[in-house]
Design a protein around this ligand. Structure first.
Ligand code: UGA
Length: 433
């Protein structure tokens, strides 16, 4: 099929390359000329495992191209909208500027019978509004939310765990058939596919992210209780996780969730519910957000307490900047937040991350970035682990003790083995354990 993908950020760039790798003919569009030039050259503007390979293969096959010119989309059968919906500057709701302008920009180029398929995460009610704007062109609109995780984006796009199509009632069968043709390979592998209305499709996405955020904040709330009772939240998670109704995944306590999705999505959902007069239905999301943000401060407080309240000029190695491993994304990153807060208190913070140093440096040039993990550790009077990279999990406590000045470690992701670290002479503090 001939496809266009509007917006070549995390979602769009991966979607464009993945669709081309499945055999479709794809044009990726973005207003950012630098990003388009990079992608057209086979370079990824961000770190995502496996993306380089499929991008280069797809470009070489001739089935993928990138452009800043919207006229290039004219012969596409399906136009995927993958632009960002960040949090508004003036409130908790979603900023729909990019979605609205993407629709305006494609409008003159839509051929009758083509399908605009929204992938961006939007407040419920958006698709119905956009469908009316698209209708006079003779094209139609569907909402096809995306559930990819950063770090697994390629796999999640090519082998999704489910497909959701929100379509207009009147054209349900035609629109379903078009999207089925796009996702033929996944469907042949028995991927569950749900065909529904716009509102449900929009809500599926925010409900899923709200549930995941709630699960993480639930276990972090248990960590807070564990901290005052001497219980171990990791063992608690293992024990309740054996109940298949609960499940062990997303029950890792620590500095909490961040990234470009979970935090802004729960805030936007709460704001939308307020607009709908149903704020009370998701009022718990405010607590989910508060619990989450408290955990960042908790790590900072622990570090400050270890210096008897005087962190000024004390050298702290902050291991991790990305909001999660296998990513260079620092949007709303708990790790970066911890580094910035400690620096703000006068500590001599030295940060290290295997991938996110450049993105962090651009956003926070005032921080000190070590060239290597060893350099970050050398001379440290406290070590704070805030992103669960496998390099940090694999740290050898004995060797690490030789590098630092004071063997005090704060395991903000509960990834180190407390007994091994204590045996090597460390003062170990985890989150709720
Ligand atoms: C999230 C969802 O998991 C995806 O399904 C969704 O498609 C995506 O948002 C999106 O809306 O685009 P992602 O932002 O890549 O994906 O990150 P997650 O893997 O969900 O992790 C989010 C944060 O939670 C990270 O900071 C991670 O460290 C933290 N986390 C995760 C925990 O603190 N504890 C856990 O047990 C799991």
């Amino acid at each position: 099929m001939k496809l266009s993908v509007i917006g070549c950020g995390y979602l769009g760039a991966v979607h464009a390359a993945a669709m081309a790798s499945l055999g479709h003919d794809v044009v990726g569009i973005d207003v950012d000329e630098t990003k388009i030039a990079l992608l057209a050259n086979g370079e990824t503007p961000f770190f995502e495992p496996g993306l380089d390979e499929i991008l280069r293969d797809a470009l070489a096959s001739g089935r993928l191209r990138f452009s800043t010119d919207y006229a290039e989309i004219a012969d596409a059968d399906v136009h995927f909208i993958g632009v960002g919906t960040p949090q508004r500057r003036d409130g908790a709701g979603a900023d729909l500027t990019y979605v609205d302008s993407a629709i305006q920009d494609i409008l003159p180029h839509l051929k009758p019978g083509s399908l605009v398929a929204g992938k961006s995460t939007v407040p419920v009610g958006t698709a119905a509004r956009l469908a009316e704007i698209v209708a006079p062109s003779g094209a139609r609109l569907a909402w096809n939310p995306e559930f990819l995780r950063e770090g697994f984006a390629v796999k999640d796009t090519i082998e999704p765990d489910r497909l959701v199509y929100g379509v207009a009632d009147a054209t349900r069968d035609e629109d379903t058939a078009i999207l089925d043709a796009v996702y033929a390979k996944a469907l042949a592998a028995d991927t569950p596919r749900l065909v529904t209305d716009y509102a449900t499709a929009e809500l599926v996405k925010v409900a899923a992210n709200s549930f995941l955020a709630t699960k993480i904040s639930f276990i972090n709330a248990m960590a807070e209780i564990a901290e005052v009772t001497g219980a171990d939240v990791t063992q608690l998670a293992d024990a309740i996780g054996h109940d298949v109704r609960i499940g062990r995944r997303f029950l890792n306590a620590g500095v909490g969730f961040g990234g470009g999705c979970l935090p802004k999505d729960i805030r936007a959902f709460a704001a939308r519910a307020e607009e709908l007069g149903k704020g009370e239905s998701v009022a718990f999301l405010k607590q989910v957000d508060e619990i989450n943000l408290r955990r960042r401060q908790r790590v900072v407080d622990l570090v400050v307490d270890s210096f008897d309240g005087q962190p000024f000029d004390r050298r702290v190695a902050v291991l991790g900047l990305a909001f999660k491993p296998d990513s260079d994304d620092i949007r709303d990153s708990p790790a970066l937040d911890v580094a910035v807060r400690l620096k703000g208190l006068g500590a001599e913070v030295v940060s290290y991350d295997p991938e996110a140093m450049e993105t962090a440096r651009r956003a926070h040039p005032q921080l000190t970035y070590a060239a290597s993990l060893d350099e970050a550790l050398r001379g440290a009077e406290a070590v704070v682990v805030v992103t669960e990279w496998k390099q940090f999990r694999a740290l050898d406590p004995e060797r690490t003790a030789e590098l630092v000045d004071r063997p005090v470690v704060f395991d903000g992701r509960n990834i180190l083995d407390p007994s091994a670290w204590r045996a090597a002479g460390w003062t170990y503090t985890g989150m709720g354990r």
